[in-house]
Design a protein around this ligand. Structure first.
Ligand code: GAR
Length: 195
């Protein structure tokens, strides 16, 4: 199984996914693709020997369809069986998502269905929640929606800031996403729950 990983930033989840796809794992990374040519994750992917591409969204100035047409070129050329969004911060159109129906995953830094969108950790702290976490889900046209394939929980501690909470959640993302990917690659969609 060929996995294309889409990133926008440092790519720590991409590294966790790529490092997991070795040995008897049924999947291999075929492309790391970014909407930001300066994304730190691109250099990390290159260092791991994974093909990379970047399609800068900025020249498209809000023309999502044109941006996505450009994004599809390297993506389709890589012939992925599965697409893993890993900190990919562009909203994708329904047309794009439907093309990969049931074959696109995302990781989101909240316990969905809570806190879709941005600033998830700040919103969980603000709400006085006792716990936070992350979710891997199938991508459907609605933002941060779609069947949940795994969740990991961490406590919210007194004095937490969005940064301290993010630092507690991120290592759980790095555990959860590879576990879900491996399960899925063997055809198992039973949700993973951590811890
Ligand atoms: C991760 O925390 C991921 O859950 C989040 O961006 C970060 C990317 O970090 N994704 C979203 O907020 C998606 N809406 P990384 O580039 O180091 O993997």
């Amino acid at each position: 199984m060929r996995v294309a990983i889409l990133i926008s930033g440092s790519g720590s989840n991409m590294v966790a996914l790529a490092q997991s796809m070795t040995g008897d794992h049924p999947a291999r990374p075929c492309l790391v693709l970014s909407n930001d040519p300066n994304a730190g994750g691109l250099a990390k992917a290159q260092a791991m020997g994974i093909p990379t591409a970047a399609v800068d969204h900025r020249p498209f100035k809000g023309d999502r369809a044109a941006f996505e047409a450009a994004l599809l070129e390297p993506l389709l050329a890589a012939q992925p069986d599965l697409i893993a969004l890993a900190g990919f911060m562009r909203v994708l159109t329904a047309d794009f998502v439907r093309r990969f129906d049931g074959r696109m995953l995302n990781i989101h830094p909240s316990l969905l269905p809570k806190y879709k969108g941005l600033h998830t950790h700040a919103r969980a702290i603000e709400a006085g929640d006792a716990e936070a976490g992350c979710t891997v889900h199938e991508v459907t046209p609605a933002l941060d929606d779609g069947p949940i394939l795994g969740q990991a929980r961490v406590p919210i501690l007194p004095g937490d800031t969005p940064d301290t909470l993010a630092a507690r959640v991120l290592p759980m993302e790095h555990q959860l996403y590879p576990l879900v990917l491996r399960r899925l690659a063997t055809g198992n969609r039973t949700p993973v729950n951590l811890p």
